[in-house]
Write a protein that binds this ligand. Sequence first.
Ligand code: SAM
Length: 290
Amino acid sequence: MERKIRARLKYQMALPVFFLIICFIVSVSYAGEEGRLYVVGMGPAGPDLTAPRALAVIEKADVILCSPGMPKKFERFGKSIDPKKVAFNPWEGIYGKEAKKLKKTNYKKWLQQVENQTKKVQDFVLQQIKAGKTVVMMDGGDPCVYGPSLHRLLNGFDDKYFEVIPGMSAFNAASAALKRTMTGENTKFVMLTAPSSLFGDFYEKGDEILRDISKYETTMVFYMALSSIDKLVEKFKKYYPPKLPMAVVYYAGYSEKEQVLRSTLGTILDDLKKVDETWIGLLIIGECAK
Ligand SMILES: C[S@@+](CC[C@H](N)C(=O)[O-])C[C@H]1O[C@@H](n2cnc3c(N)ncnc32)[C@H](O)[C@@H]1O
């Protein structure tokens, strides 16, 4: 009888320990089920130029953050993004007509807006990751080349929470459209840049850098250059001859819309008047633009 009581007591004492062990195992395995953020490079045009790895991640995503135009772009290529997965437009207040106007008229206020939106997005993403969700943030082209997700939204966000899936940059599609090597025999380097990187957002910086670059045979690739092409041409005319080859590839990678315009420093302003597009175009300068 005494042995039976002792055994029951032992059993009763073991129960809470057993319970604690189970709780520990459950909490450890739950903690291991954290989600992940994927910053996905969508390529320069439609999903036919998006890497299969990127498409697979999009397929398994629980939550998608993308610009409002992205689902429409998918549709045009006979694919779809489940609208129920799209959380919100992460670029609200950062890009778009209104934001652009504000950036010009009240830069400080725009910066505050960017900061608020960045915080909103990062808090949301972290919450989703903690809940075990797979989150996809879509960037046009390659996220590491003037991709706004890494540049703006994920500024300061801990690397351990996300992966970047590379995409084809507009640069690759535009080079293919030109049918030229970007790294010709005499070319010393290929420079991927933007007017804002060389001269500041409002062309407020000096242009000595261009004088230095003009000493070398270079392939220069300008992103986001068309809306201020007149100011850019003015800078170039100080250091380069009028015959400097320049080309613009519009809608690179779009099978139905791609257009190549070959020109020179001396004639480009007149030539660009023929095309009514100031955003989706890459300016390429150097021998390869001939
Ligand atoms: C914010 S940057 C994004 C660049 C992008 N991450 C990439 O790797 O191509 C936007 C600029 O990229 C260029 N761009 C993007 N897609 C393009 C395309 N399909 N054809 C030509 N230029 C393009 C344009 O110069 C545009 O103003």
